[in-house]
Design a protein around this ligand. Structure first.
Ligand SMILES: [Cu+2]
Length: 175
């Protein structure tokens, strides 16, 4: 009895060792780049592929403000028209050329001075239009990864609360 038990235990531990070594082998053999496994766990913004349906907005007057080489923040101005019967609530923006982007409002106080503040959402009304410009709401893009050349195209992706996206390709223009 005890001998049989020992054999079974040995087989069991052998199997366990084999099972353990298989994923180890697969990992060391299959992934030549040690960064691959790190990429899986590194937190990063979710790609906005949550919804396949793009935002139903008409884009006109899109442009990004050209800034001098030392300046790493710029703005996207655009006119968005909503042909739909429901308002479109934009809640995020991003660009491959900017570290991050945010929705902003331009404020004017009693003295006529302007300032900007971050807003969580910007709404394109049903059957209506939202104008993003230097006097009002706009998309601020912070931390440009390289200087933008006037005439080149900058891609900016707007998304709504449900993750639907709108990709805007805006020419870079001097203000
Ligand atoms: Cu701003």
């Amino acid at each position: 009895m005890s001998h049989l038990f020992t054999v079974r235990a040995r087989i069991r531990s052998l199997l366990a060792a084999l099972l353990l070594s298989v994923p180890a082998l697969a990992q060391s053999g299959g992934s030549s780049n040690p960064m691959n496994s790190m990429d899986m766990t590194t937190p990063r913004p979710k790609p906005a592929l949550a919804s396949a349906t793009p935002l139903n907005l008409k884009v006109t007057q899109a442009r990004v403000v050209a800034v001098p080489p030392g300046i790493t923040d710029t703005s996207l101005f655009v006119t968005l028209s909503n042909p739909g019967a429901r308002p479109v609530v934009l809640s995020a923006a991003r660009s491959p050329l900017a570290a991050h982007a945010m929705l902003m409002l331009t404020m004017r106080d009693a003295q006529g001075l302007t300032g900007m503040k971050v807003t969580p959402t910007l709404t394109v009304p049903a059957h209506g239009t939202l104008v993003l410009d230097d006097l009002g709401p706009h998309v601020m893009m912070m931390g440009l990864k390289r200087p933008l050349k006037p005439g080149e195209t900058m891609t900016v992706i707007l998304s709504d609360v449900a993750g639907h996206t709108l990709t805007i390709r805006a020419p870079v223009r001097k203000p």
